[in-house]
Structures are given as structure tokens and as C-alpha cells.
Design a protein around this ligand. Structure first.
Ligand SMILES: [Zn+2]
Length: 573
């Protein structure tokens, strides 16, 4: 066997300064055989479509050769350093990384834990992306390590087969609880940080739900495509209010510890993130194959990567027995309402909202449209249409399976044209018009035609929505202020938690209870008890309301046998 003389890359990540929130990262590179070597850090993390410029957290960047002589690197891009390596076969690169943000796409060191994802700390030797690497951790005594990286016999040493896998992996160091369960004989670790917050009973229930989701989703694709899976659940106050991110064999999610959710209310998010194991981490738009870590990777296909994922999150929760059919159909109608009730749908197609996501977070405009709901909606229409065209023999599952086997497993991404070809092949029909009208175009689809394939129709009405002048999430937290409102005059403030409505508590109640209670008080005066930081106080308020278009999916009168057959296949568990 020929000796492997490619670069040998070893990273050491030391939790170097806990109060100062510093990682010290050492990159040791051997077997260099080129006159210059460029080292780059990603500017974004796949799945989180925002340029974060992680290099902004780096300082004391220093390069030495064996013997300790210092080499002077040139910074040739904002995230890239060039080292003159003529006659040099080994260099050691060191830097400090300030880790002070808890978010699923950021790094943080706190008194009892350190968290990061590879995109933040691991330099890529340009041109050597397929090289394997070793990662060593140095942690304060008593701290444990859990990572999506491949384990070795030494609990402080992990490996990655190549750079893309290396930087996709989150690692948590510190105190946490791990609950292991097996699916298809593969270990699944439910990690909870900090320990002791999420009760043992809730953990057991959640682990049961996660098992069912893994089994149900795995069945679509013929099994689970990884060696192990890690669920990182943080129950800590975070900088980002909605922080969750998928990885190839893990996901990271942050929940506010002031309003701990019930396991049943965590199913939807878990189902969505887990489906990303296939859709977006493996089935990937061609524009992100391979990822370009140096800049935005615009793709017109996030309506598939996120929207189909939302559709399958809901559908597989139902198939797994964690939701009933009514809830799935209700979710489907809600997605239609989110699209058709949004003025922006007249101007922004599903493919356009995908491409422009990179400016979404910075946009001051109130009416942008989400490729999540647009894509979910289109998934419903395509699923029903394919079932209709094939007389119930195939559906969107067959499309997903084809994208997995014909694209991912052959080492390539898919384009919009590829997707049209897959649907055309499965249906022996022509979907070019569907795509030009509803995907790249902004036509309103004839919902009753598509829903009618399964003996349903859309019912439009208006409904009154309780309104306290703020945006509330389903757990009763103030998440922000609607466009045009004045936050400075609002009596409710950002991150207030409503804990009681006229004496009725929201503690340990299912998500959405707040809206049920407010609905009963439309137009009336109520007394709210709220939690603001560590304090609680009472507020007397009037429950105003707004009228919104309401979409319901209802069964058609006297459906045909053919329609009922398609409905039965669609809702088959
Ligand atoms: Zn997602």
C-alpha cells in the first residue's frame, strides 16, 4: 500500500479561559508540500442562512514552524490567511476565539459549559477539503464532552473523515444529562443542558417521541443514514429567541427555561429538524453542493429544503401516531392561510423567497413571505397531484426517495429542472406549468382542484384573533411588536411571560392555552399576571381583536370512490 502523504491535520480545542470566554485553538498541519498554504474559516454555518463572519471573534492569530520560529501570515481575505511554506513541511497555527453568544450557530463559554460548532473554530487548509482530521479537547477537570464527531477510545479525542463533516458537528463540553436510546441498533443520545432542569419523566416521554419519529422517517428512505445521532437540548436563556439548527447527525435547540415545554409540544420542532437528516443535509440543492463557506450560497430551492421539511414534520408526526389526522389537516390549512393571507405572495414567488433569504434577517419590511409556508403548501399540492396522476400508486415520498438515491447517493445536488424531471417521471405527466405558475410564478393555485383529488375543499371565512398589541408565542411569551406599533408605549415588553389570565395559570399547560383563554375574553377587560425577568406583576388590559382570513379544509359532499382512495392513501399510517 502506498503511504498516504496528504496533509495530516490535527486540531486541539482548549477551554482556555472560562471567565474570559476564550477557546484556544491549535491547528497542527504536517506533510506540507507546497510553496504557500491558505487557511480559511467559514463565514456562515450551513442551515443558518446569515453571514456571521466567525473570524471576527479570532485574535492572537499566530503561526510557528517546528523549533518555534514565528511565520508571518498575510490576511488575504477577511477569513483567509496565507502562509509562506516554501521548504516548510509543518506549521502550527494558534488563536484565541471569543465565545460569548449562546445561539445554535454561535459559540459560548459559560461557568458550567462550553459550546461550539465546527464552522467557528476549524480552519480549512484550502485545497485539502477531503482530508481527515483529528480533534483533541482540553477541558476543565470534571467537564464531559459530547459531540457529533466520530468517537475514539479516548473520550477527549474525536475524528472527522473530511472537512465538511468536521465543521458540521456541534460539541458541548461541561455538565449535562445524556439519555441514550437505540433505533435500528444505532445510539441516539438525548443531551439536556443544564442537568436537572428538564425532568426525568419529561425526558422519558420525549425520548419515546423521538424514537417514533426516527423510525417513521427512516422508513421513507429505507433506514437511518448515520452511525449515531445526538439531540442537543439547551434549557437556557439564549441571545437568539428562536434558535434551532440541523446537522447531518444531530440537531441543536434552545428552549427558554422560564417556560419549559411539554414533550408533546416539542414534537413538531423535533420532527422538522430530524427530517433535515435527509432533506438539506443530504438531499441538497445543487447550489450548495459543495458548500461555499466563503460567501452566501443562494439557491432558489429552500422552498423544498425547508418547506417540504415542514410538510413532512407534520405528516410524519401524524404517521408516527403523535398527532391525529385533524391536527395534520389543520396544519395544512394554516400553511395555506399563511401564504394566501400575506400580501407579499403577489410579488415574491417561492423560488424568489428562497434566493433572497440572505437579506431577510436584515430587512426592515413588515411583509416578507416565508419559503417555509410557501414550500409546505406546494408540498401538499404536489403530494395530492402526484397521488391523483398515479391513481394513488405514488406520492411525494417517491420524489423524496428519488432525490435521496439518484442525487445524494450519487454524490450530487439537485436543481429545479432535476426536480421537475423526477416528478414527470413518477407521474408520466408534465409539471413544467405547475412550476412556472406556482414555484417561480406567483399565481394562486386552484386549491379546490388539488384538495378535491382527496375529496376535500377549502372553506374561507374570517375569524377574530385576540390581540394585546404585541406578538405572542404559544407559550405566552412576548416575542416582539407588530409593524407600525410603538414598543415604547406598550405595557407589555419584549420577553415578558404571561403566566396567568384572570387567575388561570399557564404553567404546565399545553402550548396555545394562552390563545384559548384570550379567545374567551374578546373585547373584555382582564387581569394578566406576567413575569418580567425575576419579578412578577399584574396588568389590567382589554383584549382587543383583529379579523383575519381563515382557511379550513373540509370534506367535500359525496366524494367519489376514487377521491376516497386517494384520501386513504394520503392519510395512511
Ligand atoms: Zn428547517
Amino acid at each position: 500500500m502506498a503511504q498516504d502523504r496528504g496533509l495530516a491535520i490535527e486540531y486541539t480545542v482548549k477551554v482556555a479561559d472560562v471567565p474570559g470566554q476564550l477557546f484556544h485553538v491549535t491547528t497542527d498541519i504536517r506533510n506540507i508540500n507546497q510553496p504557500a498554504l491558505e487557511l480559511s474559516l467559514p463565514v456562515w454555518s450551513p442551515g443558518w442562512y446569515v453571514i456571521e463572519n466567525y473570524a471576527k471573534n479570532i485574535y492572537r492569530f499566530r503561526v510557528t514552524e517546528p523549533g518555534g520560529r514565528e511565520l508571518r501570515p498575510a490576511q488575504v481575505r477577511k477569513q483567509t490567511w496565507r502562509i509562506d511554506t516554501k521548504g516548510i513541511s509543518r506549521v502550527t497555527v494558534e488563536f484565541d476565539y471569543l465565545a460569548n453568544v449562546l445561539s445554535a450557530n454561535q459559540a459560548r463559554i459559560a461557568p458550567d459549559y462550553a459550546f461550539f460548532t465546527g464552522t467557528q473554530l476549524f480552519l480549512l487548509p484550502e485545497g485539502h477539503r477531503s482530508r481527515p482530521s483529528v480533534v483533541r479537547f482540553q477541558a476543565p477537570s470534571g467537564w464531559r464532552i459530547v459531540s457529533g464527531l466520530d468517537e475514539t477510545a479516548d473520550p477527549a479525542v474525536f475524528t472527522a473523515p473530511e472537512y465538511d463533516t468536521l465543521v458540521d458537528q456541534p460539541t458541548l463540553i461541561g455538565q449535562f444529562e445524556v439519555t441514550r436510546f437505540m433505533v435500528e441498533g444505532k445510539p441516539h443520545d438525548l443531551v439536556a443542558s443544564p442537568p436537572g432542569v428538564f425532568s426525568a419523566e419529561k425526558t422519558r416521554t420525549l425520548a419515546g417521541h423521538l424514537t417514533k419519529l426516527a423510525e417513521t422517517q427512516g422508513r421513507i428512505f429505507g433506514g437511518l443514514p448515520y452511525k449515531k445521532f445526538v439531540y442537543f437540548y439547551f434549557f437556557r436563556a439564549a441571545e437568539a429567541s428562536c434558535s434551532v439548527l440541523e446537522h447531518q447527525n444531530s440537531f441543536v435547540t434552545l428552549w427558554n427555561p422560564d417556560a419549559l415545554p411539554l414533550p408533546d409540544d416539542m414534537v413538531g420542532q423535533a420532527s422538522h429538524e430530524f427530517f433535515h437528516v435527509w432533506n438539506v443535509k443530504r438531499i441538497r440543492p445543487v447550489q450548495m453542493w459543495p458548500y461555499d463557506y466563503a460567501r452566501e450560497n443562494e439557491t432558489p430551492l429552500l422552498w423544498v429544503s425547508e418547506g417540504f421539511t415542514s410538510y413532512y414534520a407534520s405528516l410524519t408526526s401524524y404517521r408516527a401516531g403523535l398527532r391525529d389526522a385533524r391536527s395534520f389537516i389543520g396544519d395544512t390549512a394554516r400553511a395555506i392561510g399563511e401564504v394566501e393571507g400575506n400580501e407579499a405572495r403577489r410579488y415574491t414567488s417561492a423560488s424568489d423567497s428562497s434566493t433572497s433569504t440572505w437579506i431577510d434577517y436584515a430587512s426592515p419590511l413588515p411583509s416578507r413571505i416565508s419559503y417555509y409556508s410557501q414550500g409546505r403548501n406546494l408540498a401538499t399540492l404536489l403530494d395530492l397531484s402526484i397521488r391523483h396522476d398515479t391513481n394513488g400508486a405514488a406520492g411525494l415520498d417517491e420524489v423524496m426517495r428519488s432525490l435521496f438515491t439518484d442525487f445524494y447517493q450519487r454524490g450530487r445536488g439537485f436543481s429545479t429542472d432535476d426536480l421537475v424531471r423526477v416528478v414527470n417521471r413518477i407521474t408520466r405527466s408534465s409539471y413544467e406549468t405547475f412550476f412556472s405558475r406556482y414555484v417561480s410564478g406567483t399565481d394562486v393555485p386552484p386549491y379546490d382542484t388539488f384538495l378535491g383529488y382527496a375529496g376535500y375543499q377549502l372553506e374561507r371565512s374570517t375569524r377574530k384573533i385576540p390581540f394585546l398589541g404585541v406578538n405572542l408565542d404559544t407559550l405566552g411569551r412576548v416575542t416582539g411588536f407588530p409593524p407600525g406599533s410603538d414598543a415604547s408605549t406598550s405595557r407589555l415588553q419584549q420577553d415578558d411571560f404571561i403566566v396567568r389570565v384572570d387567575g388561570q395559570t399557564l404553567d404546565d399547560q399545553p402550548a396555545g392555552t394562552i390563545f384559548r383563554l384570550l379567545n374567551q375574553k374578546l373585547g373584555q377587560n382582564i387581569r394578566l399576571r406576567i413575569r418580567r425577568g425575576r419579578e412578577e406583576r399584574e396588568l389590567d388590559m382589554t383584549v382587543k381583536f383583529v379579523e383575519l382570513a381563515n382557511y379550513r379544509i373540509v370534506e367535500s359532499q359525496s366524494p367519489t370512490a376514487e377521491q376516497l382512495k386517494i384520501r386513504e392513501r394520503w392519510l395512511k399510517r
